[in-house]
Write a protein that binds this ligand. Structure first.
Ligand SMILES: *Cc1c(COP(=O)(O)O)cnc(C)c1O
Length: 343
């Protein structure tokens, strides 16, 4: 039995999801003729109370399209120093949009309305025009932390007053909604554009969706084409999305509970310095200075447990749909048995 906690992207579609996918009606989506893609897009738009939704092959492409929709070359976007769009999208903000990032020093990937206000460049020709604020919920590098909705409302006011777009990278928004009893509508109300992922916690093989109102989304279809993201009989994949939003959202509480259990066990182990607060399905912990991170990861791998290193003696585990109760019990037992200081 292999226990893979490197990411919630490692899930494989279940038999039920595959069967649902097989029955999808499809057509050429580049001609706008795939009924299942249309159904997913309409359903997603409705969930968020937005006029439009567009299906994408990846979260990166959905985010990059959103950034391009909100900016002109030379503009500046405001985001946290931990932001996925800045750290893990291959420099796409510069490559695709010709924009720069003003990085905020937040707490676990989250900043305040006051920090945003202070980061806006003066409207003077010396400065790059600030045009967009982008946030992430939950935060990835921040360890699955969730934003305080009231702070988001305050940031929205700053955006409105300063004519800035407001984008949500919601790759793991589902986790935040479930953890805090929030609704998609609430997020639709304050963000201009939202990207959500279907292939992380929700267990689809592929797919993200970008939602927004007509005015901002007008050019999204063309940009997706420019980025090479047009797809043909892709209703099979959209069907996986329809299945996932019906069946796999509420169950995220189980992933969150398992992550908490793991954190509790880790926090009692001798070789561990610190476990970050666990709000959703991500566990980030730091080893003692005298424990070698690579040796520790190897030791776990030897027991068929895979996790990833985040550098600086920090490690990450992510719970997900394919991490079963049996695996969970085995993991907790194995963790308690680890000798950090001996090979
Ligand atoms: C995974 C992730 C993305 C990108 O998704 P891909 O589908 O892998 O391109 C974007 N933002 C965050 C916060 C993520 O965790």
């Amino acid at each position: 039995m292999k226990i893979d906690l490197r990411s919630d992207t490692v899930t494989k579609p279940t038999k039920a999801m595959l069967e649902f996918m097989m029955q999808a009606q499809v057509g050429d989506d580049v001609f706008g003729e795939d009924p299942t893609v249309k159904k997913l897009e309409q359903q997603m738009a409705k969930m968020f109370g937005k006029e439009k939704a567009l299906f994408f092959p990846s979260g990166t492409m959905a985010n990059q399209t959103a950034i391009k929709l909100h900016t002109k070359p030379g503009d500046q976007i405001i985001c946290d120093q931990y932001a996925h769009v800045y750290n893990y999208e291959s420099g796409g903000v510069a490559f695709n949009s010709g924009a720069t990032c003003k990085l905020l020093n937040g707490n676990r990937g989250m900043f305040t309305a006051k920090q945003v206000e202070e980061a806006i460049n003066p409207k003077d020709y010396w400065y790059a025009p600030s045009s967009l604020v982008t946030i992430e919920n939950t935060t990835n590098k921040g360890g699955g932390a969730c934003w305080d909705y009231n702070e988001l409302l305050k940031i929205k006011t700053v955006c409105t007053n300063n004519n800035l777009g407001f984008h949500l990278d919601g790759a793991r928004l589902w986790n935040a909604l479930v953890a805090n009893n929030e609704t998609t509508r609430q997020y639709g109300e304050i963000f201009d554009t939202i990207s959500v992922c279907l292939s992380k916690g929700l267990g689809c093989p592929v797919g993200s969706v970008l939602v927004g109102n007509e005015a901002i989304m007008q050019n999204a279809l063309r940009l997706r084409k420019v980025f090479g993201g047009n797809m043909r009989q892709v209703g099979y994949l959209a069907a996986a999305g329809l299945y996932a939003i019906e069946n796999n959202i509420e169950r995220l509480v189980e992933d969150h509970k398992k992550a908490k259990d793991i954190g509790e066990v880790l926090s009692k182990l001798s070789g561990i310095k610190k476990v970050e607060a666990i709000e959703t399905n991500i566990v980030i912990f730091e080893l003692n200075d005298d424990v070698n991170e690579h040796e520790f990861v190897k030791k776990l791998a030897h027991k068929n447990i895979n996790i990833i290193s985040m550098g600086s003696n920090k490690l990450r585990m992510v719970t997900h749909l394919d991490y079963t109760d049996v695996m969970h019990n085995k993991l907790l037992i194995e963790l308690k048995k680890i000798n950090f200081y001996k090979n």
